[in-house]
Design a protein around this ligand. Structure first.
Ligand SMILES: O=C(O)CCC(=O)C(=O)O
Ligand SMILES: [Fe+2]
Length: 264
């Protein structure tokens, strides 16, 4: 794992809101990430669901964006070890410039053959804390290309975004109803070979193209929450009993649910 971060990479990330690091995993590590992801997704969806083909309702647009499985580290030991690796937490914290970092949620995102585009959106507005320093990693398990739905970014938008949730609907461009001035920003693609890691800020605008190939585009991702983040009242992925126990303004420091994976 090439987990050292240079000063130039920090600068690029801080300025643009994202960073692609190619050849992050070696071949053995990539095999392990692929195997754990495939297994964890298959366990979650059950043997009856054909993984890597269009999931559930073929008439539902979002079901055809990707097969999406959240918090796989909770149900798969191998995935737990991969996601809780403190080196990942340290990389994220170093790029974000924070002293401590907690798991928010991991998620597998598998865009099927002929899968729909992922519309422009922001991540943090979905979550139970507002932070300008939230950061996610996206590990390419297959080559991510312009043809199969690699990520795209609107550089610098993390500095301008608010916490209004624009959603991920069918329209690629719904985000510009909220941020019309961003229409003038040239989108930048982040194609990368399998084994690359892409980091992005929870407030940077990002999207992915449709998958115009006959193969799936697998990614394993994890969103991280800066240590010290405050509950904003949104439920998102919080379990019912924890959510009901919280009051707005409280620190989200439950180590079982949002484990502190790295601190200074
Ligand atoms: O993989 C995709 O298509 C979208 C990824 C994404 O939105 C994310 O990782 O936050
Ligand atoms: Fe996203």
């Amino acid at each position: 794992m090439r987990n050292t971060i240079s000063a130039d990479q920090i600068k690029y990330y801080q300025e643009n809101g994202y960073l692609v690091i190619e050849h992050f995993l070696n071949e053995g590590e990539l095999d392990q990430w692929r195997q754990c992801t495939d297994e964890a997704v298959a366990d979650r969806l059950g043997a009856s669901v054909q993984v890597h083909t269009n999931q559930s309702d073929p008439n539902d647009f979002y079901a055809q964006v990707f097969t999406q499985c959240l918090r796989l580290a909770d149900t798969h030991d191998g995935m737990h070890d991969l996601i809780f690796d403190h080196r990942l937490g340290e990389m994220g914290a170093t790029l974000a410039g924070i002293d401590g970092i907690r798991i928010w949620h991991d998620q597998a995102l598998i865009k099927p053959p002929h899968g729909n585009h992922t519309a422009w959106h922001l991540d943090d507005p979905y979550w139970s804390f507002d932070s300008r320093d939230a950061i996610s990693m996206w590990i390419a398990l297959d080559d991510a290309t312009l043809e199969n739905g690699c990520l795209w970014y609107l550089p610098g938008t993390h500095k301008l975004a608010s916490y209004k949730n624009v959603g991920i609907g069918e329209n690629l461009a719904d985000i510009f109803k909220v941020y019309p001035e961003w229409k003038m920003i040239e989108p930048v693609p982040g194609p990368c070979p399998a084994g690359s890691i892409v980091w992005h800020n929870g407030l940077v605008a990002h999207a992915a193209g449709p998958n115009m190939t006959i193969s799936h585009r697998r990614a394993m991702t994890c969103a991280f929450m800066p240590d010290g983040s405050i509950f904003n009242g949104k439920k998102n992925i919080l379990p019912d009993d924890y959510f009901e126990s919280l009051t707005i303004g409280e620190t989200l420091d439950n180590d079982d649910w949002n484990t502190l994976v790295w601190h200074k």
